[in-house]
Design a protein around this ligand. Structure first.
Ligand code: GRG
Length: 293
């Protein structure tokens, strides 16, 4: 099967599972149903759930039914983070994926509650699934804990706070890496490490997938900054306390592109221990390196 077909099969499987999760939840206000659907089905790339499924099912040959609730939960957590990130109190964005942001359509209160609902639903869906595997409950709880850690205080939330306050480390380079390792890479990394934990991977396999996830997560952010780069950014100062710290400002445009490719190359070599089974994940890493949006 070629790469594009495989990715669209994973996406279809994930979309169906996400619709099922929503279908099961009854009796709640129509505004929340509309706002959750609006953000969950608005053209996201489904990167995190595709990573999870391609590791859990593709690499370890496990039953997709056991993994799909995790894939859905990762997309719910990602979607909540984007809805909250777009709020006036944070990035104050009017558009995401070419459509009005949640708070622009439904109002700020509904957008905050939509994010809260998605975050809670993620854990409900994972825990409900975990109880279906009583003999393997501890393994499930371990995977869920990894996700809570990566998206919580020590992961994505600290990254977001450090970005907002521009918490300075010893240099611009270190500051950038600290922020994006937590803000962007942590959830991408855990999409792979949670799959490894659930599949009872060996320690070497777990470490390889975690490292791959961290590196493609960092590359993903570098490329995001490159795509957002505007010529006037070149004159921005990037010392301590600067207003805007991005990879092109610190490394230049070409330097950032090279950095992203270095991260991707290293990530790809991390998967060598899986042999041909990792071809899809390696192609996915190359695909991310070339993305234009
Ligand atoms: C509000 C707690 C909290 C956290 C927000 C992830 C994040 C933290 C903010 C997003 C800021 C941002 C645009 C970062 C760049 C990298 C990134 C995560 C882009 C969006 O992810 P994609 O491209 O989104 O996977 P799609 O639209 O495909 O779902």
């Amino acid at each position: 099967m070629n790469f594009k077909t495989e990715i669209s099969l994973y996406k279809r499987q994930i979309d169906t599972a996400l619709r099922d999760c929503l279908g099961q939840t009854e009796d709640f206000p129509e505004t929340l149903r509309m706002s959750i659907e609006y953000s969950l089905f608005s053209g996201g790339k489904r990167l995190r759930p595709v990573l999870f499924m391609s590791a859990f099912e593709g690499l370890f040959g496990r039953d997709p039914k056991e993994g799909l609730p995790y894939a859905c939960a990762l997309e719910m957590i990602h979607t909540y983070s984007l809805i909250h990130d777009d709020l006036p109190a944070m990035d104050n964005d009017d558009y995401r994926r070419g459509k009005l942001t949640s708070h622009k359509v439904f109002g700020e209160a509904a957008a905050i509650l939509t994010g809260d609902a998605l975050l809670n639903m993620a854990y409900e869906v994972m825990l409900e699934n975990a109880f279906k595997y009583p003999d393997d409950l501890a393994t499930h709880l371990k995977a869920i804990k990894l996700i809570a850690h990566a998206s919580g205080l020590k992961g994505m939330i600290s990254g977001q706070m450090a970005d907002i306050e521009l918490i300075w480390k010893t240099s611009a380079e270190e500051t950038l890496e600290y922020i994006h390792k937590k803000k962007t890479a942590a959830l991408i990394e855990v999409s792979l490490s949670a799959a490894a934990a659930l599949a009872k991977a060996s320690e070497d396999e777990f470490k390889a997938l975690s490292s791959f996830g961290n590196l493609i997560g960092l590359a993903f952010q570098v490329i995001d900054d490159v795509l957002d780069f505007k010529a006037e950014d070149e004159v921005v100062e990037c010392g301590q306390g600067c207003a805007k710290l991005t990879y092109p400002i610190v490394y230049g445009l070409e330097g950032s592109k090279n950095k992203a490719q270095d991260y991707i190359n290293k990530a790809i070599s991390d998967l060598d221990l899986f042999g041909n089974k990792a071809l899809f994940l390696k192609s996915l890493a190359q695909y991310l390196a070339k993305r234009q949006e």
